[in-house]
Ligand binder design. Structure first.
Ligand code: G
Ligand code: G
Ligand code: MN
Ligand code: NA
Length: 253
């Protein structure tokens, strides 16, 4: 069996798992939401990160059932982690390929109804470079998602190349500064030019800004000084299995 053949079976064979990485609101210091990160428990290769199979999934179309599995499981798992009827907010990574699925929005709306989960508690993260392949199509789909209260975030911001007018015209709520730029802040002779500029750009467009890949206190403090809204990274928490996230959330209350 090829890797693709195995990937097709991974869903039904129960080989997929989600880890959850919190995003912290810097004004409060509390967990704002959690991001679902997919892993494949491969029978012989061990725990595989999405970087090792996502491209294959996108090229082959397996990304459709894969993303839908992640969405359903994410919603179910965060529902279990919710306390006092207050739903946790969850972010799910969506491939721009998914936006070409004609029934995507209807499927997500159906999922929210079935699971009785509010759209206001769901964020979809879409990678910048892929989004800009067909901005007009993206615009239509994103508008429909927003109508159901779903939040939209541009992932890996700064690595693709979006026209600034698209950034202004797309109905997005947030940009996530790619971790390469955040990492550069803590290198010898550290440089925060790009991070600073992206924070200002985001704010000028009325968007919230997340820094991803925060690994040390100095960087976090600098991000606060620069007015960054949210942060994510190993310093705050590794991606965790659901039961470990539950413990973290308990101590965050
Ligand atoms: O978790 P990790 O650092 O290995 O993630 C690597 C990349 O895979 C990240 O860019 C992340 O956005 C992406 N990714 C993680 N989970 C999913 C998923 O469920 N769907 C999609 N499309 N991408 C994912
Ligand atoms: O592109 P996206 O933000 O979806 O990617 C998330 C990926 O980044 C996950 O694979 C996660 O494991 C990884 N990640 C999260 N925090 C950190 C960090 O502080 N440092 C590094 N190097 N990777 C991180
Ligand atoms: Mn992401
Ligand atoms: Na990213």
């Amino acid at each position: 069996l090829t890797l693709l053949g195995e990937l097709r079976q991974a869903i039904t064979q129960d080989q997929l798992v989600l880890h959850h990485q919190p995003t912290v609101e810097l004004s409060t210091g509390h967990v704002l939401r959690t991001e679902a990160l997919l892993r494949w428990k491969h029978p012989t290769h061990g725990l595989m990160p999405p970087g090792e199979f996502m491209e294959l999934a996108e090229m082959s179309g397996v990304v459709q059932p894969l993303t839908r599995w992640v969405l359903r499981q994410s919603v179910r798992q965060v529902k279990q982690l919710s306390v006092d009827g207050q739903f946790l907010h969850v972010a799910v990574n969506v491939s721009a390929r998914n936006l070409y699925e004609p029934d995507l929005v209807d499927w997500i709306v159906g999922l929210l109804e079935e699971e009785r989960f509010p759209g206001e508690r769901l964020t979809l993260e879409i990678t910048e470079s892929l989004l800009m392949d067909d901005p007009l199509l993206a615009l239509g789909v994103l508008r429909r998602l927003k109508a159901f209260g779903i939040s939209l975030s541009i992932d890996d911001f700064g690595t693709g190349y979006s026209s600034l007018s698209y950034l202004r015209d797309l109905p997005i709520d947030e940009i996530k500064i790619d971790q390469s730029f955040v990492g550069a802040m803590s290198l010898p002779g550290g440089d925060d030019t790009i991070v600073r500029s992206v924070i200002d750009l985001g704010h000028n467009l009325g968007l919230a800004v997340v820094a991803e890949g925060v690994e040390d206190w100095e960087t976090l403090e600098r991000l606060v000084e620069l007015g960054c809204d949210r942060a994510q990274g190993f310093l705050l928490s590794q991606p965790l299995p659901a039961d470990e996230l539950a413990v973290l959330l308990e101590s965050d209350r």
